[in-house]
Each structure stands twice: as C-alpha cells, then as structure tokens.
Design a protein around this ligand. Structure first.
Ligand code: ATP
Ligand code: MG
Length: 559
C-alpha cells in the first residue's frame, strides 16, 4: 500500500514520520483499539515554541488516528509550580487550536502512587534509605564502576513500611530519608542503581495543599500516570531515552496497563533559547518586558508578536519529527508567518519616515475617497476608504535627487503612481537653509485615476498617506533577541546574556491611513511595502502601538 499523507496546510503529500509508522503498525496489528496521547507540561513557566512542536505532535497524531489527548500537568515538584502557569498553558494550547480530552494532574494520582510504593516495599523491591542525596549520588558509581550498596539496603519489609509511613506522616525533616527502588547497584544502566522514588519536602502543593510532605520523583511518576490514563503512545524528547527501561520496569513490575514511551528530537531554533529557567531569568531581571514580550520564544510572546496559530502549525508540520537533534533556521518560522499573513491579512498604508508632498494642481481643501481592497487576494472582498488630498506624505527613501540607474521611485521631473490613485510628477524640490529636502512640489494627472479608461503605467508605485487624515502610531520594531546563531554554543566562561541583541527593539513612529484603527480582523495587518504589524495591548485610543511581526520579504526560501 502506498502510504502518503497530506500536510496540515494541504500542500504536497509527505512520507509518514516514524511515529506515524509505529502507530499505523500498532493499529494494524490490533495492539490497541484506539490511540491515546498526552501532553505533560510542568507548570513552572510559560509554553514556548518547543512545546508547540510537542503539542502539534501529540494532539496531531491523536486527531489523525481518531484518538484522544489528555492534558496532564506534571506537578510533582511543588517548589517551582504556580497556578498562573497552569492557566496560561491551557490558554496557549487552545490558541494553537487544540482541545484536550481530560485535564489531569500527576498530583491526582498521589494516593495511587503511594499505594504502589507500599506494594513495591511489600514485594521487597523498595527500601527507605537514610543517606543524604550527595551520598546517594557518590555511591551510584559510574558507567564503568558499579555502585556501592547503601548500608540501609537490607532493611526488613516491616521496618521499611513503618519508616515510609512515618515519612508520609511528617516525622522527618526534608532530606532525612528517601524511598528507593531496590533493583541492582551494579546495573550497566545507572538509572537502575536503586533510583529514588520519593523525597521529603515540607512544602504546600498548589493542588494538594499540605496533605503530602513526600513527593514522588519524575521516573516513578510519569509512566504510571501514563498507564492509569491508558496512554498508548507516550511521546517525549530524546534525553528521556535512557529513562525508558526504567519506565518499562515500573509498569511491568506493577503489572499495569502497558503504555510505551517514544522519543523524538526537541526543537532547537537559531538565535533562540528555550529553557524555561533562562526565560524566567530574562523576565525576572527585566531584560524583557515579561513572558509575553514579543521577542520571547513563548507562545504568548509569539501571539503578541502577531504570529498566528496557523503559521505555527504549518511550521511544526514542515520541520517534521526525527530522532536526530538539529538546529532549525528561525527564518523558516518567519517564512511560515509570512505565508499565512500574506494570504489573510488586511492591507494599510503607513509612512514611517515622512517626506511631505504638495500637489500643486489639487483644488484646495478637496478630499477624494478611494475604496481600496483590504486584501488583494480577494479583490471582490471588503474595502477600506482611503482619503486623498493635496497634502501627502511619502517615505523619504522613495525619493532621490540624484538616483542611480534602476531607481524606479520618485526623482526630480520623474513620475510614480501613488498606490490606488493617480500618477504624480515631481516638479520642484524644496530645501531648508542646510540643504535638507523638506518638501516635494508635484502635480497629479487627473486622467490616471483608477478605472479611468487609459490607465497609464509607470514603473514605480509608492505608498502614501494624506497628511490631514493621517493618524500617528508608535511602532515597536523587533529583531531577534540574541546575536548568536546557535545558543547551545555559548563559549565556556561566557554568559548567554552577553549575547542579547542590543537592537532587538527599536521604537519608531508612523503616520497611518485612518482605516487602520478601525481594523476588525484581530490579525496582524500588512503595512504595504514595509512589513506585518499587529496592534499591541499597550495601545490607547489616543496612542496606538503596533508591534512588528515580521518584514514583508526575505531572500530566504525553504527547501
Ligand atoms: P524546558 O527545558 O524548557 O524547561 P521541559 O522539557 O522541562 O522544558 P516540560 O514542561 O516538562 O518542559 O515539557 C512538556 C513537554 O514538552 C515534554 O514532553 C517535553 O519533552 C516537551 N518539550 C519541551 N521542550 C521541547 C522542545 N524544545 N522541543 C520539543 N518538545 C519539547
Ligand atoms: Mg520537564
């Protein structure tokens, strides 16, 4: 059977990725009736673009094969977790366009996990260790040297049960004891050298409050939670492949539903950092304006930047899934954003560095309105009204007094079309005493109005605004946050913050056609000939602020 597959954007067929191959084989063999995946964020920060890859994968696979996806908060470490993060994670997943089946928390299973821990003790497969964390680490050995068994390893089942219950009941200080699995201190995989199952932490939990003062470790938790929820394919990033045998060991030893773990390569992007710990540091040190600063790689930052869920899904689809780490070009993401916005966004004219143009043969005080398409891809669609008067702004860079060859914009004695309207001719250049150009005096040709029979053509078309109608807007022009392409290569002795781009935000201003402020699309818009911009939440009616989403064009082409 020829196995091809449509991409999310419906473009070309692509080959199945390795996870799809596994799932199709499992379904063919009748291993499962239907598939179940989960997305397991730790609520200790905001979601970032790497999480988007994991979300698109987990939700996307379930959707494709008629299964479901749970949202499960991996909330076993009460110290770093926060309700703020829990809420933001839900908002971001919904924004990306996915809906989970059940909203669950690893902490929902604390009773069950505890019960299984007693079961392991009763099976002679777990013991309470009084060594501290450092001793345990030292005694774990290395790849070549077997570990040293703990002096507490051979406690009786009764003693272990009593001590473990006392740990639970709050009889001991943090760090005084741990519960460990009793597997093999000489095992070639160090993960099996009596891993820690529970540690004592007298800390309130955001959901269970003060009910518990012992908390389960990741390895003891994740697989069992998957199993309880009957997750068929538990998909995680590559660094967990060394944990997989232990994941399987707990499930087999406890004899519970056989979930399986599969690993894929995490997303790394050029000029981007995605560690929550470092992103938190940027926020706490005020190096960015918050988690949703438009320069941040967080999903709330991307949203505020004007990136769309469609573009992010297209991006995740294009990068695919593999088992090999690679660095993805940030320009591919920007390319996807442009693809989506080019097709859907409304157009407006905004002049950023104005040069005044006076139309000398325009009747004083006259205003003419042009109905212009909001999106050229839909010429029959909605329009906006653009006022034209005898006092205009064009971009300073669109005029040159002594232009080189192939400069098709305005020059002394030259003609250009002002977009959607007339052809104008530059008759006179006005300068101040220092010789700076302050104004162009031009004439317009009334016979060149759109729709007039002989639409003359000229090479240059410029965007413009009518001065009396223009609205002043603030523009936040963003660039990449870091200057180092591969942020995993920060040289030893240097700090990643030394690579912050000092020009990642440049605030400017613009003069916009009035319709811009009436835009109802809730999408980034295209400032014609310059870039995509999106209205920021810091705007007030008197002072609108726009964030630059991305430039209009780039030489970049995806493979
Ligand atoms: P970070 O290192 O940024 O703190 P994390 O892995 O600790 O990330 P979690 O909240 O535990 O963050 O991640 C939830 C899910 O998202 C996990 O399954 C994890 O493997 C996946 N994930 C995290 N970062 C990436 C990434 N860069 N690319 C793909 N998946 C990722
Ligand atoms: Mg994690």
């Amino acid at each position: 059977m020829e196995e091809v597959n449509k991409t999310a954007s419906g473009e070309e067929p692509r080959k199945l990725n390795f996870l799809e191959e596994i799932i199709e084989e499992d379904l063919r063999e009748g291993k499962y009736d239907s598939i179940m995946t989960r997305f397991p964020p730790e609520p200790n920060g905001y979601l970032h673009l790497g999480h988007a890859k994991s979300i698109c994968l987990n939700f996307g696979l379930a959707q494709k094969y008629g299964g479901k996806t749970n949202l499960r908060y991996d909330d076993t470490n009460p110290v770093k977790e926060d309700v703020e993060y829990v809420d933001s994670i839900k908002e971001d997943i919904k924004w990306l366009g996915f809906q989970w089946d059940k909203e669950l928390y690893a902490s929902d299973y604390f009773d069950q996990l505890y019960e299984w821990a007693e079961k392991l003790i009763n099976m002679g497969l777990a013991y309470v260790d009084d060594q501290d964390i450092d001793q345990i680490r030292q005694n774990r050995g290395t790849v070549d040297v077997p570990g040293t068994p703990s002096p507490y390893r051979d406690r009786s089942i009764e003693e272990n049960l009593r001590l473990f219950r006392e740990m639970r009941d709050g009889k001991y200080e943090d760090g005084a004891k741990v519960l460990r699995a009793k597997i093999d201190m000489a095992h070639p995989n160090p993960m099996f050298r009596d891993p820690i199952l529970y540690r004592i932490k007298h800390v309130s939990h955001h959901r269970t409050g003060d009910k518990w003062c012992i908390y389960p470790m990741y390895d003891y938790t994740h697989g069992q939670c998957d199993s309880i929820e009957h997750i068929t394919h538990s998909i995680c990033t590559l660094e967990f492949d060394v944990h997989r045998p232990l994941y399987d060991w707990f499930i087999q030893t406890l004899g519970i539903f056989p979930s399986h773990q599969y690993e894929f390569a995490r997303l790394n992007l050029t000029y981007t950092l995605m560690s929550k710990r470092k992103l938190l540091e940027l926020v706490q040190k005020g190096l960015v304006s918050g988690w949703d600063d438009p320069r941040m790689p967080t999903l709330c930052g991307a949203r505020r930047r004007g990136y769309t869920p469609q573009a992010l899904r297209m991006f995740c689809d294009r990068i695919g899934v593999s088992k090999r780490e690679q660095l993805i070009d940030l320009q591919l993401l920007e390319w996807c954003v442009r693809q989506d916005l080019n097709a859907r966004s409304n157009r407006y004219m905004v002049v950023q560095d104005p040069l005044k143009v006076t139309i000398t043969n325009w009747e004083k005080g006259k205003v003419e309105y042009f109905d212009c398409p909001l999106n050229p891809a839909d010429p029959e669609g909605a329009t906006r009204r653009v006022p034209f008067t005898g006092e205009l702004y064009i971009e300073r860079a669109d005029f040159m007094e002594e232009p080189p060859k192939k400069f098709f914009r305005l020059r002394p004695g030259g003609e250009v079309r002002l977009k959607y309207t007339y052809i104008i001719k530059c008759e006179e250049v006005v300068k101040d005493e220092q010789g700076n150009i302050t104004e162009l005096r031009c004439t317009y040709d009334p016979s060149t109005a759109p729709g007039a029979g002989d639409w003359r053509s000229v090479k240059g078309t410029l965007h413009w605004v009518s001065v009396p109608d223009a609205v002043k807007v603030t523009l936040r022009n963003y660039d990449r946050l870091f200057t180092l392409s591969d942020m995993s290569q920060v040289p030893p002795g240097m700090d990643y913050k030394e690579f912050l781009n000092p020009d990642s935000l440049i605030v400017g201003e613009g003069w916009a056609e009035p319709a811009l402020l009436e835009d109802k699309s809730a999408l980034a818009v295209q400032f014609e000939r310059t870039g995509y911009y999106v209205l920021d939440k810091d705007s007030t009616p008197e002072s609108p602020v726009f964030n630059k989403t991305t430039s209009l064009k780039d030489s970049y082409k995806p493979e």
